[in-house]
Design a protein around this ligand. Structure first.
Ligand code: NCD
Ligand code: ZN
Length: 336
């Protein structure tokens, strides 16, 4: 038997939802990950100190041994005082969604400049700004690139603020991020953007379980993301954007979001191995995200065993993006 042991991993962009579903989703993530940056686009959104605190407690109860890294949703009417109380409640980041850009973003932001005082306060408090960086009005394949100008405006207006360009999907964004200071600007990369292209989504029969925002793009974009993830560049680290929706929501209503948390680490190990870069996996999933956020690295370890298995067709009513995919590694232990 061959084993791979490394520092336990962090998922720096994760949706765990709320209510009854939260328990199952949190346990799925906790099987492989030590910590997860949990997104605030629940209904209602996590935008008050009380709701952020309560959400953290619910996750800790649901999945002992899993540490939630808490976020709040930046709403148009926020002010600096609220930012400070959210920091006191334990948040490490605030998430900016342009209005209407994705699932549950109807209450998102239209006037980004109006929020500059909030961004200043976040910088002073040492909070990270996470951005769903797409311009909702632009053509779908141009949405991310169309946001670059706004992204740079925020970065230049508050240069001390740490900003994460979430779920990078476009080769032009990889190039942009590389030009910016790595202690201030980073990008998360998902499993599905490393694996899939538009051809997988809609080249044969439409596969709604690969549909997410931002949409997966061309093989050139995917290859640029692979290069970024495999290179060890400190600008880039793992954030799954695992976003479960029940099967009917995906198949009948076209909801955006890919479910990957239950097997993401194993799929990453398989992908990195196939490209001869298994040695850089630990940096991508266990070090660079924590360093950017200024967190201590996990002390605990995770052990994977070389073993072939197939991603199941369903996890509690949710079809995983990689259903039916053959993987080469299996998590056998997390902890110690
Ligand atoms: C996410 C969700 O379902 O909450 N959907 C998605 O397509 N990625 C929201 C998001 O991160 O955009
Ligand atoms: Zn997301």
């Amino acid at each position: 038997m061959q084993y791979l042991e490394m520092r336990a991993a962090d998922d720096m962009h994760l949706h765990l939802r709320q209510g009854a579903q939260l328990v199952a989703y949190a346990r799925d993530a906790a099987r492989s990950f030590a910590r997860g940056l949990v997104m605030p686009n629940t209904l209602p959104p996590l935008a008050s100190p009380e709701s952020v605190r309560a959400y953290g407690r619910q996750i800790e109860e649901a999945a002992p041994g899993f540490t939630p890294l808490l976020t709040f949703k930046i709403l148009p009417h926020m002010d600096a005082g609220l930012v400070r109380s959210l920091k006191e409640a334990g948040a490490v980041a605030g998430k900016l969604y342009p209005e209407g850009v994705t699932t549950h973003a109807e209450d998102g932001v239209r006037d980004v400049e109006g929020l500059f005082p909030v961004f200043e306060a976040m910088a002073e408090e040492g909070l990270v700004l996470c951005i769903h960086a797409e311009s909702p009005g632009a053509p779908v394949l141009e949405r991310e690139a169309a946001f670059h100008e706004t992204f740079l405006r925020i970065h230049h207006a508050v240069p001390s603020l740490r900003i994460v360009f979430e779920h990078v999907s476009d080769a032009r964004t990889v190039a942009l991020i590389r030009t910016l200071p790595p202690d201030k600007v980073a990008g998360t990369i998902t499993l599905h953007h490393l694996l899939f292209t538009l051809d997988d989504l809609l080249g044969g029969r439409l596969n709604p379980h690969l549909f997410c925002k931002p949409v997966v793009k061309t093989s050139a974009d995917r290859d640029a993301l692979r290069e970024a993830a495999f290179s060890g560049d400190p600008h880039f680290f793992f954030g799954s954007d695992s976003a479960p929706h029940p099967r009917e929501k995906k198949e009948r209503e076209g909801a955006a979001g890919c479910y990957t948390a239950p097997y993401a680490l194993e799929a990453l190990a398989s992908l990195f191995e196939a490209h001869g870069v298994l040695g850089v996996l630990e940096g991508f999933v266990s070090e660079r995200g924590a360093r950017f956020y200024g967190l201590l690295l996990n002390e605990e370890r995770v052990v994977l065993r070389k073993e072939e298995w197939v991603v199941p067709a369903e996890y509690h009513g949710v079809v995983p993006a990689c259903a039916g995919m053959r993987l080469g590694w299996r998590v056998v232990e997390k902890g110690r």
